[in-house]
Design a protein around this ligand. Structure first.
Ligand code: IPE
Ligand code: IPE
Ligand code: MG
Length: 238
């Protein structure tokens, strides 16, 4: 089976999950964390090599302070607390985004988990934290300018200066909770990605939902702007 090398997931619907059950939105984020663990395991077992999880967007900092503080606390607490999970699955953990704006404790945890999992040989899990696609492009261009003032970059040059440039283009983007938009996710790397939208809320996602999304990806025909070989056969003259 042809699997995506790089899968991205826009994990949406935590708040709605909680509200529908008469609970506080924070309960939805706690359940969302459990779903992230389930689906990460399923992706690793299915043979996905890179998984980018959209954890917190640059725009999410505009949410009520109470929710932002809760999310930052949850992220700070769990980054290192999941070390046994990373070790068990040999996960290499990375973080992408404007990390300097994150609380100092979260930045420290990121440095620790990145370095502790650097030699792992399993799936790479790229956590998009305080991440915005436009922001990544601007920061990437700033890095280019610092090294090559006044020069125009090629696409390959900019690709090589993104956050963690070893993370390849996205093959598949999944979004849950019925929304069909990117919300500033990975704008550079989605150029030829396939999309799968699921109406299920993120906390309800299971390994079976991931397997269904991967099967859908497998059935897609990707052209990358070209004409497929079978369609360019020269018609016979007789
Ligand atoms: C996704 O769930 C988690 C984050 C964006 C941090 P939401 O919190 O966006 O849940 P809904 O969309 O309000 O249901
Ligand atoms: C996108 O979800 C961000 C994450 C999943 C982290 P949002 O819930 O923030 O997106 P919008 O506001 O509905 O577009
Ligand atoms: Mg949402």
């Amino acid at each position: 089976m042809k699997h995506p090398l790089h899968l991205g997931i826009i994990m949406d619907g935590n708040g709605r999950w909680a509200t529908r059950q008469g609970k506080d939105r924070s309960q939805g984020h706690l359940e969302g964390l459990k779903a992230a663990r389930r689906v990460t395991r399923a992706a690793a077992e299915a043979g996905v090599k890179f998984l980018t999880l959209y954890v917190f967007s640059t725009e999410n900092s505009g949410r009520p302070t109470r929710e932002v503080d809760f999310l930052m606390g949850l992220i700070g607490k769990h980054l290192e607390a999941e070390m046994d999970f990373y070790n068990e699955l040999e996960l290499r953990v990375l973080a992408s985004g404007d990390l300097e704006q994150l609380p100092a404790g979260v930045q420290k945890s990121i440095r620790r988990v990145e370095s502790a999992t650097r030699e792992h040989s399993g799936m790479t899990i790229n956590l998009a934290l305080n991440y915005g696609g436009r922001d990544e492009i601007v920061r990437t261009f700033a890095r280019w300018q610092a090294r090559h003032p006044g020069e125009v970059p090629t696409e390959a040059a900019l690709s090589s200066m993104l956050d963690h440039p070893e993370v390849p283009d996205l093959d598949l983007v999944v979004r849950t909770a019925g929304e069909q938009r990117l919300s500033n996710f990975q704008l550079w790397r989605v150029a030829y990605a396939e999309f799968v939208f699921s109406s299920k809320l993120w906390p309800d996602w299971t390994a079976a939902d991931l397997d269904a999304a991967l099967a859908e990806f497998t059935s897609r025909k990707r052209n990358f702007g070209k004409v497929m070989a079978v369609e360019v056969e020269v018609p016979s003259r007789n």
